[in-house]
Every structure is written in C-alpha cells, then in structure tokens.
Design a protein around this ligand. Sequence first.
Ligand code: AR6
Length: 177
Amino acid sequence: MEKSISGVKIELTHGNIAAQPDMTAIVNAANAQLRTGGGVAGAIHKAAGPGLEEECRPFAPIKPGEAVITGAHRLPNEYVIHCLGPVYGQDKPEDELLANCYRNALRLANENEIDSIAFPSISSGAFGYPLEEAAKVALRNIINDCDGLSHVKLIRLVLFSSNDLEVYTRTLSEMLA
Ligand code: AR6
C-alpha cells in the first residue's frame, strides 16, 4: 500500500528491515545498551558487522522514546537510527514514549537531510506492545509529522509478517478514510 501526504510517500511492505538497499536510513528497534539482540536489533547488527556496536557504545544507554543516529557499516544504507521503544506495561505512558520514537527518528532524518527512511514496527515484538495499538501510534505520528519534513520524501514501514502488514494496511486505510 502507498499513500502520499504533504508530498511525502508512505509505503507499507512485507519484508526484512536489514534488506532495504534502496533506503538511505533504516531504523533499529534497539535495546537501551544499543547492542545486538533478537528480532530487528539482531538482524541489523548481524548485517552491519561489529563496527556498528562499537560506534553505538558512546551513546548508550538511551531512554525509552530516544533516538540516536550512526553510520550503517556493512549494511547497504548510509545511516541507522536507533530507537528504544517502551516495554509494554512497564515504561509509561507507552503511547507517548512510542510516539517519541517515531518523531525523534524523523527529526534526526530531516536534520541529516535523509530522503528515505524505513521503520520496523517498534516495540511490538519482544517489548510486547499490542500490534493494533502500535500500528495506530506509529501511523498517527508519521502522518502528523509529514507536513514538517523538508528532506524526507519516502517513509517505508517494513512489516515482518503478512498479518502485521494486514493490520498496518487496515489501520492506515481507516485513518485516511
Ligand atoms: N525486519 C522487520 N521486522 C522485524 C524483523 C526484521 N528483520 N525481525 C522482527 N521484526 P523486536 P521490540 C518485527 O522484538 O519489540 C530485541 O531483542 C517483529 O515481528 O525486534 O522493540 C532488542 O535487543 C515485531 O513486530 O523489537 C530489544 O531488547 C517488530 O519487528 C528488544 O528486542 C519489533 O520486534 C526490542 O523489542
């Protein structure tokens, strides 16, 4: 699915965040220590190689909602933006902290004159955020921020399962209806 909002294209696709060679930046669903892990963080660090953890070290630890930017090392992108999502039921208010991830990542992308950025569904894996709620927060904040983006022209959400893609597609259609 594709939609254009204030000149910014929003794309929803099924795939692996670590295999998006046409995107300038990809977003990591990080841990506070900015180390490798499971899910998205594991896939990104594995593909990037050990230089990514090394570059991340001085920035750690980060707090829920925060984002930091690094190079992409062996990944086919220029940048990785690392966001720490909230652990559902623990870091509160969850919706504000999750919103801050998307907003801070887009701010960093725009400040670094990045034209295209791919996000995973932050917090909806190991951190337990219910997918439908996570999709609403992600899409609402991305849509709201499109107006203020002077450099970002393409925002892609890379969903790991066909069910996740379906939920995001339905949520975006309802929001724009
Ligand atoms: N590409 C795109 N999406 C993926 C991929 C992938 N390669 N792998 C998983 N997903 P998660 P979180 C989906 O757990 O909830 C890590 O261990 C997944 O199905 O990666 O923010 C870190 O070290 C889910 O929908 O991130 C942290 O400790 C979504 O991406 C912790 O997990 C997010 O799942 C972060 O937890």
